[in-house]
Design a protein around this ligand. Structure first.
Ligand code: ATP
Ligand code: MG
Length: 422
């Protein structure tokens, strides 16, 4: 016998027992996004490799270590998207959606990163992302944060996540800060962990989110980015905080929050939880005013964020919401009555929009059909046998303790079922 082929490590099947919860979550997200007037955009999963190199940054974990890059049959270098922002900017720019207008967009889908798989970290994972373009004030930063806060309420997660904020200033601010930080870190290089030492020259800001206790201690007295912000960046950050305060959104300013992608400037934020161990960030984003221009467009202010769907599912599962059963009505045919039973099931689907009507297929004894009816989760079984057919009735059997089995005229079945499903 040949060896069975299995899925690729870190790339998971989402099985039928899980998809109900995914759909529930996606539905809540869709509703919240629609209530703010955001529109969906769908981009391809594969892009030119240069798109990610030029946007995320050459010296980032994603580009250096995590991308799935391959040559296609023409010899072009392509990459499975590791995130959505770059593709979204590319798509908007390509189709002229950014010139002289504002956009509020969202997307969802799989992303690919070659990381070490563990709970909450996979090689194919899913994000729901939001990107806004053309608005440069702190009002839109506040709006996207308020929107996420509303979403946590809708998902029942409001008391599980907290908001962390920082401002990265503009690129000049970061360059000046970078010099000061490098000088300071070099003075204390002895107490700093291996990984962070390698980063001092290449991407010193990433040292700020090191988890190493020795490095953390050194960082306590390190220069702070907040002291290097220009006037405008500082006013923008103050404006955002004032809007959040006025709208009752609690946050913590985290001076070590820098994010691992090069394109961010000014506002950055993360929603974090302590219920998922090391994979604690469920939503991350910020402002990236320089990216559109960097990818060849006109200077365009932009703010966005992305949520990790698997991590949100892990959180939501801890307090499993009531999901509606996939099947409401189970229809059984006993004897030579298949055609009229199938017709009845079709009529019920017309009469009961939004309800699941499942027809038993494949025959079998009454007992085995009843077992399947029970297992389907349906609230009602309908039974048609030859007697029922001859008398123009249907046997209606409640399956969830809603009373006795009765026979009703065929024309009354939909009403009888509706009252049982209510
Ligand atoms: P982390 O620090 O956890 O690696 P990140 O900074 O690389 O996250 P982003 O690129 O900002 O993550 O992606 C936004 C969100 O997508 C993350 O906050 C997380 O919820 C989710 N995410 C990122 N990488 C993965 C992954 N490999 N598996 C599952 N979810 C992920
Ligand atoms: Mg990462």
């Amino acid at each position: 016998m040949s060896k069975k082929i299995t899925s690729i490590r870190g790339m998971n099947d989402i099985l039928p027992e899980q998809t109900g919860l995914w759909q529930w979550l996606e539905g809540k997200v869709r509703d919240v996004l629609a209530s703010y007037g955001y529109q969906e955009i769908r981009m391809p999963i594969v892009e030119q490799t240069d798109l990610f190199k030029r946007s995320i940054g050459e010296v980032t974990d994603i580009v250096e270590k995590e991308m799935y890059t391959f040559d296609d049959r023409n010899g072009d270098s392509l990459t499975l998207r590791p995130e959505g922002t770059a593709s979204c900017v590319r798509a908007c720019e390509q189709h002229g959606l950014l010139y002289n207008q504002t956009q509020r967009l969202w997307y969802t889908g799989p992303m690919f990163r070659h990381e070490r798989p563990q709970a909450g970290r996979y090689r194919q994972f899913h994000q729901i992302g939001v990107e806004t373009f053309g608005m440069n004030g702190p009002d839109i930063d506040a709006e996207v944060i308020l929107m996420t806060a509303r979403l946590w309420k809708a998902l029942g997660l409001a008391d599980k996540v907290t908001l962390e904020l920082n401002s990265l200033g503009d690129s000049d601010d970061r360059a000046r800060y970078r010099d000061a930080l490098v000088a300071y870190l070099q003075e204390h290089v002895e107490q700093i962990d291996e990984d962070s030492r390698k980063r001092i020259e290449r991407s010193p800001l990433r040292v700020l989110d090191s988890k190493d206790p020795g490095t953390r201690q050194v960082l306590e007295n390190a220069p702070q980015l907040a002291d290097y912000l220009n006037e405008e960046a500082r006013a923008h950050f103050d404006g955002l905080k004032a809007l959040l305060d006025a709208n009752g959104i609690a946050y913590k300013v985290n001076p070590y929050l820098v994010r691992g992608l090069d394109y961010y400037g000014k506002t950055v934020f993360e929603w974090v939880t302590d219920a998922l161990g090391a994979q604690g960030t469920v939503c991350a984003g910020g402002r990236y005013d320089g990216l559109v221009e960097q990818l060849g467009g006109k200077p365009t202010p932009a703010v966005g964020f992305a949520m990790g769907v698997e991590r949100l599912i892990l959180l939501v599962e801890q307090q499993m919401p009531e999901l509606s059963a996939p099947v409401d009505v189970y229809v059984m045919a006993m004897g030579d009555v298949l055609a009229p039973t199938m017709t009845l099931a079709e009529e019920l689907r017309d009469a009961l929009p939004g309800k699941g009507v499942q027809l038993h297929c494949g025959g079998g004894s009454f007992k085995s059909q009843m077992k399947k009816a029970d297992r389907s989760g349906a609230a009602v079984a309908l039974i048609i046998g030859e007697d029922e057919l001859a008398n123009g009735v249907v046997t209606v059997k409640p399956l969830r303790g809603q009373g006795e089995q009765v026979q009703v005229a065929q024309g009354d079945v939909a009403n009888a079922v509706t009252s049982l499903l209510a």
